[in-house]
Design a protein around this ligand. Structure first.
Ligand code: F6R
Length: 610
């Protein structure tokens, strides 16, 4: 996600903010910007697309003396990564500047209203609307204005706001996106991450949901959005700079596994409405085409191809059209029949995978309508597609995909439901049932983490000497078996295979014995009983069994040596929850085996060659 730093105090703000941004560089970003109030009380704003060095060059020699400012690294979710869309954003008067991390869900309505009331919005971002809302509410007190503005906002945000005329005052606020305040005697900070300010202070307040922080050099007052004071304890951080970069986790992968509830919230922002309907504005221009397609081909590689399998099942079930997944490297040289009636959905978190881009281009040349599902604004795949759905998961640094898998699954399921509704093949009741499950999914993911994170290390240690693993699922749980096996093999280098459970007896069962455990994705589903029969076949060969099961399943412990519990959910998104204990298991297996978790051997984050 984006990076936020704010400073108020007796020192020069410019260098402190630029150094803070450089501490956040590791997370990846596409543009950066800074706002400072100079000694004459004038607002100085500079923003630049690309590397932080571009911003440094732009402000070198002309950074004003300033005792307060805010700065930002952006990772685009709304609007292209260019100078104009970079933060900070200002109001019409140029007196108020805002930086923001997150997504304002009702920003289109807000923008329309603001423009109708005469505001001029210059960028394509959701954030700019916030600056103008604060302007409308401003009557001499910035914290009051921010509280009033936020009462009109739906969505997830961490923000920092500054008014030219309110010397020494920064206002921060958070909802569903982290924000901290740093304290250091005569100076104070606002930041998205501890890493940004650790060089200056280790005294930190972690803001809680709905907090508004009124930050002055001498300290902070915290209220809720209604202005009621909130008491928040100060924490003294003893993290090293390396640990701080990873948000206190030992590895990026573990951090990203724990970010999944939030990533899901962001992925669903604006896509499930308050009245429990599915809403995908990105495909509105394609509605006539989507009404006439006859087949759907999904193209992807690796983890993305397993997420695509979930999408294909949902598309088939809800549209009645044939839908299948082909990995990019096969699609390219043995393409299926492609014509204007074939919808091609390309799934790639990086948006730069050569094996996925080439077949998508081929399909476009043959006249297929194309939808891309990616995490990366401005990536190559976006230029091949008629419509693009962004995962909005924030940057993923660990090579092994985690939060991009769960957000790919979720976004594809949302897309499948939207296409089915356009075609009239999904009932309103089915849509509403799905929307309820999607709304609950981020909290369910949080619960899955809480149920499994405390035990995952012990579980891994019990199995660390196994020769290999057989992951099995059936129907909706099969893609999670494939992804669970891939996670384990790519980071711990232990051999693991994912199989449809019914296939065990057709060959792979010969591998099972006391050294080759079975990992069964046995969450509640229409094929649960069949899967249990397959697990029994494995147990009869002395294989130990780890089951991923739905909370409340009273019989699973009779069939499994170990159970990883996950909450119940809609079958279409069951893999989102089922994968969480398997990611943790893979992570702790890698730790127990001493491998490089974040950068496993022979692998790259983005595979841009064939
Ligand atoms: C596994 C993993 C890879 C990628 C694959 C496609 O953890 O990350 O299997 O899923 O290389 O990458 P993208 O999604 O960037 O096209």
């Amino acid at each position: 996600m984006c990076g936020i730093v704010g400073y108020t105090g007796p020192r020069e703000a410019g260098p402190i903010l630029m150094e803070g941004l450089s501490r956040l560089e590791y997370r990846g970003y596409d543009s950066a910007g800074i706002a400072l109030v100079d000694e004459e009380g004038q607002m100085f704003v500079e923003k630049k697309a690309g590397k932080l060095a571009n911003l440094s060059t732009a402000i070198a020699e002309r950074t004003p003396h300033s005792a307060m400012g805010i700065a930002h690294t952006r990772w685009a979710t709304h609007g292209r990564p260019n100078d104009l869309n970079a933060h900070p954003h200002a109001d019409c008067s140029g007196k108020i500047t805002v930086i923001h991390n997150g997504i304002i869900e009702n920003f289109r309505e807000l923008r329309d209203g603001l423009e109708a009331r005469g505001h001029r919005l210059e960028s394509e971002t959701d954030t700019e609307a916030l600056a103008h809302l604060v302007e409308e509410a401003y009557a001499g007190d910035l914290a009051d204005a921010v509280r009033a503005a936020l009462r009109r906002v739906e969505g997830a945000y961490a923000i920092a706001v500054m008014h030219r005329d309110e010397h020494g005052r920064l206002v921060g606020a958070r909802k569903d996106v982290p924000l901290i305040v740093g304290l250091n005697g005569e100076e104070s900070f606002i930041a998205s991450d501890v890493a940004a300010i650790l060089a200056h202070t280790n005294r930190v307040i972690f803001l809680e949901e709905g907090d508004i922080a009124d930050v002055r050099p001498s300290g902070v007052e915290i209220t809720n959005v209604a202005g009621v004071p909130q008491d928040r304890a100060e924490t003294v951080i003893d993290w090293s700079p390396e640990v701080a970069e990873k948000g206190g986790f030992e590895h990026f992968m573990l951090k990203e596994i724990h970010e999944q509830p939030n990533a899901l919230r962001q992925a669903l922002a604006g896509r499930v409405t308050r009245d429990h309907r599915i809403h995908v504005p990105e495909i509105e221009a394609m509605i006539p085409t989507l009404g006439t397609i006859t087949r759907i081909e999904l193209v992807a590689c690796g983890t993305a191809s397993y997420a695509a399998q979930v999408g294909a099942s949902a598309l088939e079930a809800w549209t009645g059209l044939p839908a299948r997944v082909t990995v990019g490297s096969e699609f390219r040289y043995s393409p299926p029949p492609l014509d204007a009636g074939t919808l091609v959905i390309a799934v790639t978190q990086s948006g730069e995978t050569a094996d996925t881009i080439a077949p998508t281009r081929l399909a476009r040349e043959r006249g297929c309508p194309i939808i891309a599902v990616t995490n990366t604004v401005g990536s190559a795949i976006t230029r091949e597609a008629g419509a693009v759905l962004f995962l909005q998961a924030g940057p993923e640094i660990a090579v092994a995909a985690s939060k991009t898998f769960v957000t790919q699954v979720t976004t594809l399921v949302v897309l499948a439901a939207a296409i089915a509704r356009i075609r009239g093949s999904m009932t309103e009741a089915a849509e509403i049932e799905l929307a309820h499950a999607l709304r609950d999914l981020p909290d369910a993911a949080q619960r899955a983490l809480e149920l499994n994170a405390p035990h995952a290390s012990d579980l891994a240690r019990r199995y660390v000497n196994s020769r290999g693993f057989m992951f099995v699922g059936r129907g909706a749980t099969y893609p999670a078996a494939l992804e669970g096996a891939l996670k384990l093999k790519e980071i711990s280098y232990v051999h693991a295979e994912g199989y449809p459970a019914g296939e065990l007896k057709h060959g792979p069962i010969s591998l099972l014995d006391a050294e080759c455990p079975l990992v069964a994705i046995a969450t509640r589903s229409s094929t649960y009983d069949k899967l249990i029969s397959n697990v029994m076949e494995g147990r009869a060969r002395d294989a130990r069994v780890i089951a991923v099961a739905t909370e409340g399943d009273l019989q699973i412990e009779r069939f499994a040596d170990d159970v990883a519990w996950v909450p119940a959910t809609h079958e279409a998104v069951s893999s989102v929850l089922a994968i969480i204990p398997l990611q943790l298991f893979a992570y702790h297996m890698a730790i127990a085996r001493g491998t490089d978790v974040d950068q496993p051997r022979n692998l790259a984050k983005s595979v841009t060659v064939e």
